[in-house]
Write a protein that binds this ligand. Structure first.
Ligand code: ADP
Length: 496
């Protein structure tokens, strides 16, 4: 990859202690046994930012040992005490928001304003699940038998695992470790190879908040060793639950591996979100939503609008509005003032975007704006709008993960719903209408775990996030989220 001269966000760090180049096991900062490291690069410049340890099976097993030992006391620590630590941890994330955002932008590339938003989102999971820790209620069930009592309580599972992606390097970490440790579990977490620095910074603050050693362990490894680390985690009989966010392909693999040990899984996998603009929609509102669910994070989110369906009678008007908007978006590195579209994460990501556009053009689509890598070079891509896209094209069947909007025209509500649901995925769906009856009809008909009506922004720690069909199993965030991380024990008293 070529190197572009820009200053690194890391040069601006106030507290350099937050930047770690070691893994975190049993409350200690450690390297690989053989001292091996791999590079973390700034996607905006291609420069090496840091080198972190290459962990394999031996080091990962040590992390599982630490988590196992820590569970002995953490599992029985009062919920109120766990809650207090999570609260301090959330506060520390907010106090250190600027530095955490700089680390996030440095390794991931998103505009600093978006990183600040993500850090707040990440902190919100620590706060929320700290509060939920105190509300993991059980039940008392009226007995059908004389001399008996039936009670139900929720228990932590034990050692848990987390595997997280690069697109939200801070929030995906806390969305897993916060409910896990709030409920009394311990965790071994493997962040994505592209973005381990945010996960390690979260550990620095966990330490400062007073999280005991071994409760959260972060193991780093490059792509070539992800499978080894994953297999070590899933084949260990002590691992009782795995929380994963990433591709459907890897999710299925991990689910298969977990079958051998009957380990619980919570999987947040790929999406293929439809974004339906009906003729009675407020078009300005729909256009505004395109920022949050199409161009945010350069389109690299699992809930990105991937198929933009626009009803024929408003098609040309909406395309014209969107074209103006996309043409005005500012492409730049995350620390540049006013930057709205950062680089893509890596060459593979850029190649996929180009492949999708080429496939669409071959099949009759047309570029209205953008369509090529940006003049800045490197991993920057132009905000793009294509018309004449059909549901069969690659970009309608797979996540593009780029700042590309492909417009699919439709005639009727039935047709829009049929196209929207014609996918193995079902994470998120958006639609725009002012008609109340249609709002209910379409909202109920869409096959998705999350539906946004007249908005492109659905992420909040208080709501359940997760998909149906091949987009996953389980929910993260909200009161439902903590349920994934506990077991139900039915305890019966007889002979009374
Ligand atoms: P993406 O395509 O978005 O990078 P992946 O599913 O490949 O999504 O990656 C998500 C996370 O899963 C990353 O932390 C990655 O290192 C990890 N991962 C990839 N392959 C495996 C595997 N075979 N076993 C365990 N983890 C894996």
């Amino acid at each position: 990859m070529t190197t572009i001269e820009t200053s690194s966000a890391l040069d601006l760090l106030e507290d350099r202690e937050l930047l770690r180049e070691l893994a975190f096991v049993n409350g200690e900062w450690v390297g690989a046994d053989d001292g091996g490291t791999f590079e973390v690069r700034d996607p905006a410049s291609g420069r090496v930012l840091a080198e972190v340890p290459v962990f394999g099976a031996t080091e990962t097993t040590r992390a599982l040992d630490a988590a196992g030992a820590a569970f002995e006391t953490w599992g029985t620590t009062l919920a109120k005490e766990r809650a207090a630590i999570l609260r301090r941890w959330a506060d520390l994330m907010r106090d250190n928001s600027e530095d955490l955002s700089l680390i996030l932008t440095a390794e991931q590339g998103k505009p600093l304003s978006e990183s600040r938003g993500e850090v707040e989102y990440a902190a919100s999971f620590l706060e929320w699940f700290g509060e939920e820790a105190k509300r993991v209620y059980g039940d008392v069930i009226p007995t059908p038998m004389e001399g008996r009592r039936i009670v139900v309580f929720k228990e932590p599972l034990g050692v848990t695992g987390g595997i997280t992606p690069w697109n939200f390097p801070s929030a995906m970490v806390t969305r897993k470790c916060a409910p896990a440790v709030a409920a009394g579990n311990t965790m071994v977490l493997k962040p994505a190879e592209q973005t381990p620095l945010s996960a390690l910074a979260v550990c620095v603050l966990a330490e400062r908040a007073g999280l005991p050693p071994g409760v959260l362990n972060v193991v780093t490894t490059p792509a070539e060793k992800a499978q080894e680390v994953g297999e070590t985690m899933t084949s260990d009989p002590r691992l009782r639950m795995l929380g994963f966010t990433g591709s459907t392909e890897v999710g299925k693999l991990l689910m298969k591996q977990c079958a051998d040990t009957v380990t619980k899984v919570s999987l947040e996998l790929g999406g293929n979100a439809p974004f339906i603009v009906f003729e009675d929609a407020d078009l300005e509102l729909a256009l505004g939503a395109m920022q949050s669910c199409k161009y945010r994070n350069s389109g690299q989110t699992c809930i990105s609008a991937n198929r933009i369906l626009v009803q024929e009678s408003v098609h040309d008007e909406f395309v014209a509005m969107l074209t103006d908007y996309a043409a005005g978006l500012v492409v730049g590195s995350g620390t540049e003032e006013g930057s709205q579209i950062g680089p893509l994460i890596d060459q593979q990501g850029l190649d996929k975007v180009e492949r999708h556009i080429a496939n669409a053009l071959e099949s009759g689509a047309e570029i209205v704006v953008g369509g090529s890598p940006h003049d800045r070079g490197g991993l920057f891509f132009q905000p793009t709008v294509l018309t004449g896209v059909s549901p069969e094209m690659d970009m309608s069947c797979e996540e593009t993960f780029g700042p590309v909007a492909g417009i699919i025209p439709f005639r009727t509500e039935e047709e829009a719903i049929a196209i929207a649901n014609d996918t193995p995925y079902g994470l998120c769906a958006y639609f725009f209408t002012k008609d109340l009856a249609r709002a209910w009809r379409v909202g109920e008909a869409l096959e998705a775990g999350i539906v946004g009506l007249n908005t492109g922004f659905v992420s909040t720690e208080v709501a359940p996030f997760g998909g149906v069909k091949q987009s996953g199993i389980g929910r993260e965030g909200s009161k439902y989220g903590i349920e994934e991380w506990v077991d139900t024990k039915y305890f019966t008293f007889a002979g009374l």
